[in-house]
Write a protein that binds this ligand. Structure first.
Ligand code: 5IU
Length: 273
């Protein structure tokens, strides 16, 4: 795998212009933190993005949690992503039939394709869901070509997750067939095996995002399981996703800086510099 190479060197050879941008952001800002901003109104969401924007590479949303979602949400988020240089990842976890996910992605109440650089999908319904999303994102009337990407859910962090073994291997196989729009995975516990499945050929360089990252907690009462930023990066993760560990802490700015520092040091150690 390419996990021992720097973001800068991977940016040089990567086929996806969005991944190049993502790696550039990581290098320029010295951060591999993706904050999971699971907030419930536009004001709080924008305030968090503005406060921690300088320290993150990616701002991950569950936009359907935002009770007053509208034009002001989208406009506010877009201007903050320019101001602070980060990308949006809408954690929508598409899982339906192709015809439905195309409409959930493009248009609808949330207009996800208009603002989310990265989205994710489960392959529970089979490869067709990925083909459907590729078709929309590469359609001739799609305005954001080359600025949009998809992560496949290879694993989940929750206790008893069924996304393991053959399911995870199939997710990797499907991703290999759709490189370009598919840029990588959300993966967690057996990152090593996901990495092993991915040959380090010149044109294959998947990006791995890891949820369930928290510096001070082992989990929650609903089955969430955490590891530290250091452990995730050591195991091959490229971007660490942290939610409550940052936004629910007493001082989110102080907190995000700790995640940034720990994640970046672990990355430097991994690439041997
Ligand atoms: N998330 C997970 N685990 C997963 C996937 C996504 O926790 O396997 I895929 C999301 C859910 C939540 C965030 O939005 O990442 C984690 O939030 P906390 O850091 O607050 O647990």
């Amino acid at each position: 795998s390419k996990s021992t190479l720097s973001y800068a060197s991977r940016a040089k050879t990567h086929r996806s212009s969005l991944v190049k941008k993502l790696f550039d952001i990581a290098e320029v800002k010295k951060t591999n933190v993706a904050v999971s901003a699971d907030l419930r109104n536009t004001k709080d969401l924008l305030a968090l993005a503005d406060a921690i924007g300088p320290y993150i590479a990616v701002f991950k949303t569950h936009i359907d949690l935002v009770s007053d979602f509208g034009e002001a949400t989208v406009a506010g988020l877009k201007s903050l992503s320019v101001k602070h240089n980060f990308l949006f990842f809408e954690d929508r976890k598409f899982v339906d039939i192709g015809n439905t996910v195309q409409q959930q992605y493009h248009g609808g109440a949330l207009r996800i394709s208009e603002w989310a650089h990265i989205v994710n999908a489960s392959v529970l319904a089979g490869e067709g869901i990925i083909e459907a999303l590729v078709q929309t994102a590469q359609g001739s009337d799609f305005q954001y070509k080359d600025e949009r990407a998809l992560l496949i859910l290879a694993e989940m962090t929750t206790k008893g997750s069924l996304a393991t073994g053959a399911y995870t291997s199939s997710a990797v196989e499907i991703a290999k067939r759709h490189q370009g729009f598919v840029i990588g995975f959300v993966a967690t516990r057996s990152l090593e095996s996901v990495r092993t499945d991915i040959p380090a050929t010149e044109d294959e360089d998947f990006v791995i995002f890891t949820a369930g990252v928290n510096r001070s907690s082992k989990g929650d009462k609903l089955g969430q399981q955490y590891q530290t930023p250091k452990s995730a990066i050591e195991r091959g993760s490229d971007f660490i996703i942290a939610g409550r560990g940052i936004y629910a802490s007493e001082d989110p700015v102080a907190s995000v800086k700790l995640y940034q520092e720990e994640g970046w040091q672990a990355y430097l150690a991994r690439i041997g510099s």
